[in-house]
Design a protein around this ligand. Sequence first.
Ligand code: IFM
Length: 461
Amino acid sequence: MAQHGDHPTVGGVFPAAFLWGAATAAYQIEGAVREDGRGESIWDRFSHTPGKTHKGDTGDIACDHYHRWPEDIRLMRELNLKAYRFSIAWPRILPRGRGGVNERGLAFYDRLVDGLLAADITPWVTLYHWDLPQPLEDAGGWPNRSTADAFVEYVNIVSRRLGDRVKNWITLNEPWCVAFLGYLTGEHAPGRRDLRAALAATRTLLAAHGRAVPVLRANSAGARVGITLNLAAVYPASDSPVDREAAHRYDGFFNRWFLDPLYGRGYPADMVALYGDNLPPVPAGDIEVAAAPIDFLGVNYYSPSAVRHEPSGPLQVGVVPFPDAEVTAMGWPVYPRGLFDLLLRLHRDYPIGALYITENGAAYDDPPPANGRVPDPRRIAYYAGHLTEAARAIAEGVPLHGYFAWSLMDNFEWAHGYSKRFGLVYVDYPTQQRTIKDSGYWYREVIAAGRVLSPEAVVRS
Ligand code: IFM
């Protein structure tokens, strides 16, 4: 059998302590939505509303991870993962959103965490990956400030229970998506379309994050606490001053709106002016709360954005096709250099300290397994390209300490349902059979070698 040593390094080399992992999220994989006392989430409601998801797909069964987690941990071991990032389903813990703790929900995550630790895999827990309890949405959702109080209560309960064993905490996953896809474009649950509500949601999310940080520190000795943002690598479509200004506004909308408050600068003045009356007043103290010191920033990066000035719309920006880039099955341009540019920019512009790539990956139309194999060369190329750029950023001095592939396995891709496959592991949904794709075998060798190997380094056992 070929060993990884036989394969040439095509990209960079990673430090020995670099953390290698893969990520998932509760609603995307767990299924068992009505089991053991779990309450309804906004994604249950949304996906069961006709017309909201591809073919009406729901997370009712998903990857049945709620029952198959021991097998999934075995897969993680086979992939050589050192860390696993997963999220806790708030409605399993507090079915009504607040009050009335569901012991069986906590017990599930107890089992999962213990299973991971027994397998020598470090748990990285995301506390909110989009499955708000529906009763909290009925009470106003994220635009309502009291949702921050509810989040802090929930974080307190989870971290008191798991904080002795979980030491890496991510408060929120991609608050931009929560606020703008959930409350402005309506593509995601709860499907509202209201700029004022979306901006109010960002305000609550940042306060919720900041207030959760000391709670996590109090309940989990030695905890390392961070937040995960989906950040855009923004490029002006041309060198014209108007396109450059449009790119700056888009950066404000996507990146600075979260980064500036998190790192103590408050909301960016240009965006505050642009949003005008649509921005609800920011309560006194919120700016300080949002800037609670954190230990790392999680970065989710998939693709770049080329932006030009467009006269219509509140932001006056238009996203145009990225030049000369192939696209994934999501239609997202592949541009690994964007990851390098983004990491360097973060390191240069903000006092961030440690960075982790908490998601990176690609959906492709994989063939079903044949003879136990799923060849996915384009995904391997995607990973190789992005890891090469990550290594280059480290060589330039960026304190990047780890990388989580998205995703461990194919799963419920939100409004796209099961039509998009991001996994290192193929899931045949009717049988729930899992098959490690070639990219999974390749990633395993990369982890063992600590360097980016050629695509031929697919060692199957
Ligand atoms: O599947 C999602 C994940 O839940 C959040 N980040 C982007 C991924 C791919 O769209």
